[in-house]
Design a binder for this molecule. Sequence first.
Ligand SMILES: NC(=O)c1ccc[n+]([C@@H]2O[C@H](COP(=O)([O-])OP(=O)(O)OC[C@H]3O[C@@H](n4cnc5c(N)ncnc54)[C@H](OP(=O)(O)O)[C@@H]3O)[C@@H](O)[C@H]2O)c1
Length: 281
Amino acid sequence: MPSAKLKIMAVDKIKLKNGAIIPAIGLGLWKVKDEITFDQMFKAAIEAGYRHFDDAQAYGNEQYLGNCWRKYGLKRDELFITTKILTQNFGYKATLKSFNESLTKLQTDYVDLLLIHFPGPYWLRKEKWRAMEEIKKSGRAKSIGVSNHYVKHLKELEAFATEMPVVNQIEMHIFLQQQEVRDYCKKLGIQIEAYSPLAHAQIMNDPIIQQIAEKYNKTYSQIMLRWCLDNEAIPLPKSTTPSRIEENINIFDFKLDKDDLSKLATLNRDKKTLWRSIISS
Ligand SMILES: NC(=O)c1ccc[n+]([C@@H]2O[C@H](COP(=O)([O-])OP(=O)(O)OC[C@H]3O[C@@H](n4cnc5c(N)ncnc54)[C@H](OP(=O)(O)O)[C@@H]3O)[C@@H](O)[C@H]2O)c1
């Protein structure tokens, strides 16, 4: 059986509201569609120190994640696995059924974090959350949370949830700072996870970020990811490039100072790059 050279990295950990511990960076798995690429990416990631993997039913690669963690000889309790319920599987029975299928593909009897991928249709919101609470109660998800939920969606949940989410995964990066929902989540003790923390590498030439990167002797991407940590969010960068996978986790040996955080705060453009129409209702 192939084994990866395991290395303990000094990755910070965060305690969620329910006491569960989550590594402060996770590898994004969206768009990693073929198994060979997935395997190479996973091996590079565990060698670099990642133990937190952000998957979803929608990504079509839960089976690859299940195959990989077993193949590289990791212990289940060393890993933090997230998956998300696909919108088409919303509804009480469909959520429970699809979650069982996810567990089979991931080759585990629990996930560390289960998220609702989107708010979804109004008429299914209550019953799918009831299914999530039931899964949590059964111990098959250590924590439950939401994704793409904004203040109005969280207020709606507060009205009927027995147990509130402990995580909200939203698009967040220097160019989309999401202050309103972050403030609301903070009030409720909900941890933010930042998806697309590199803004899909679409804006890699901002002069202020470049200047700050030079000052800390870090890369542009490392400044973008450190900015998430320094704003109490867990970044979930995606890369299938081994050198970038390593570069992206190497952000726990510095902190941005107050002046630099103030400069970076001015770069907000409030521009969502994903899912605007799906989550507007
Ligand atoms: N909940 C949701 O609705 C939702 C939505 C979107 C994303 N997500 C999660 O968040 C994860 C990350 O988001 P994302 O994939 O949209 O965007 P991202 O992580 O902001 O950007 C990924 C892109 O940046 C490139 N890249 C990575 N590291 C780099 C570096 N150091 N220097 C230069 N380029 C670099 C990658 O290229 P290479 O791969 O070629 O290196 C890839 O093209 C997803 O994989 C998924 O897990 C969740």
